[in-house]
Design a binder for this molecule. Structure first.
Ligand code: FAD
Length: 383
């Protein structure tokens, strides 16, 4: 792939850097302590075009390619992973999936709002009893005349409390396993849908993560996204691209860890000289730098494959697996550079580590990524 960024890509990255420095960086500690990002950020993300990247302008999108999307996601991840997650889910998992699978009516109904930040989307796959084994989900959608009536519970749903639309996965036929699963676009205002904010998260504290309870939620049959029984394919195609977005966010975390650790190492003195002059501190810094570059290159390769219309799912698993583990390592190494100051939240590295930790868990744990890569290598599913 060509590793030179185009003028347009360089400009969009600069736009994202300026946005992060102006709108996000000054608020990061406050939002983390308050366990709530200011919701006004969604509208601002929409105005600057970050919620419409790669979506056709016809539906309110701002166009651009997947590398541009990665560059913006990386910058947002550098600023605040809670904000990065809002975009990765509302645009990456919901709007882009509607753009790929939706009917004309569904695209016209939902995409302009999602891409402008007028409304927020969430992705309802995980349930209390099914996480990694998502194809065995229990939420049921029963056909009644022209409607489906949905009952079930969704767990750990990013943007859940804020969302206007839920991309929801439910079992709509008696076909076994994932073959019985269909996808639905459920307005969050639908009678019978209630949500409970999940507090006390280790990281991503600013993010509105929720449990969704669905009791006799009625939607018209036209709310189904994709064909009946194809819901798991819809979910997996969304997550394959989503993993690239998580990986890009992890690059941002690792880059932030590198930036703050290098700066601090130059300022802090011990044993009569700057700690940057101690070889073991340089080892910590160089380990972070290698992780940043390797994670970034793996992630950009996925974007390049998508933009060229080539298969990318296994490469997305590799990028997500490596970048998420690298982000945890990088933030942990940066914390070591900060010594005791890294352990209190007036300094940024503790939050980077807390935010990085979930990246090895969601959109497929590291173990699940290894099984996906293993299946691609051997042809044998070992889940
Ligand atoms: P489990 O599946 O119970 O796994 C527990 C452990 O067992 C893990 O280590 C796992 O790797 C391991 N394991 C499981 N099966 C195997 C196997 N076959 N072989 C080897 N090891 C295995 N979900 C959504 O649908 N939408 C969201 O927006 C969303 N946002 C989230 C936000 C946060 C902050 C968090 C924490 C989670 C979010 N999730 C979301 C859920 C997330 O995707 C799941 O937590 C994840 O898929 C793991 O599922 P689980 O927690 O049930 O763990």
């Amino acid at each position: 792939m060509n590793l030179e960024l185009s003028e347009e890509q360089t400009a969009v990255r600069q736009l994202a850097r300026d946005f992060v420095d102006r709108e996000i960086a000054p608020n990061v500690i406050t939002w983390d302590r308050a366990e709530e990002v200011d919701r006004g950020i969604v509208k601002k993300l929409g105005e600057v075009g970050f919620l419409g990247l790669t979506v056709d302008e016809e539906y309110g999108g701002s166009g651009g390619d997947h590398l541009a999307y990665c560059l913006v996601t990386e910058e947002l991840g550098r600023g605040d992973s809670s904000v990065r997650g809002i975009v990765s889910v509302s645009l990456g998992l919901v709007a882009k999936t509607i753009a790929a699978w939706g009917s004309e009516e569904q695209k016209r109904r939902w995409l302009p709002g999602l891409t402008s930040g007028e409304c927020v989307g969430c992705f309802g796959l995980t349930e209390p009893g099914t996480g990694s084994d998502a194809g065995n989900l229990a939420t049921r959608a029963v056909r009644e005349g022209d409607d489906y009536v949905i009952n079930g519970t969704k767990m750990f749903i990013t943007n859940g409390t804020w969302a206007d639309v839920v991309l929801l996965f439910a079992r709509s036929t008696d076909a076994p396993g994932h073959k019985g699963v269909s996808a639905f676009l459920v307005p969050a205002s639908a009678p019978g849908l209630t949500r409970r904010t999940i507090h006390g998260k280790l990281g991503l504290r600013g993010q509105a993560t929720a449990e969704l309870l669905l009791q006799d939620v009625r939607v018209p049959a036209s709310a189904m996204l994709g064909a009946e029984g194809k819901g798991f394919s819809v979910a997996m195609s969304a997550l394959a691209k989503g993993r690239m977005s998580v990986a890009a966010g992890c690059v941002g975390i690792a880059q932030a860890a590198l930036d703050v650790a290098v700066r601090y190492a130059g300022e802090r003195e011990q044993f009569g000289r700057s700690i940057a002059r101690h070889q073991l501190v340089q080892e910590l810094l160089s380990d972070i730098a290698v992780d940043v570059d390797a994670a970034r290159l793996l992630t950009w390769r996925v974007a390049d494959l998508i933009d060229r219309g080539l298969p990318f799912a296994t490469e997305a698993s590799k990028a997500k697996l490596f970048a998420s583990e690298a982000a945890v390592r990088a933030a942990n190494n940066a914390l070591q550079v900060f010594g005791g100051y890294g352990y209190i939240d007036e300094y940024p590295v503790g939050k980077l580590l807390r935010d990085a930790r979930v990246m090895t868990l969601y959109e497929g744990t590291s173990q699940i990524q290894k099984l996906l890569i293993g299946r691609a290598l051997t042809g044998v599913p070992a889940f």
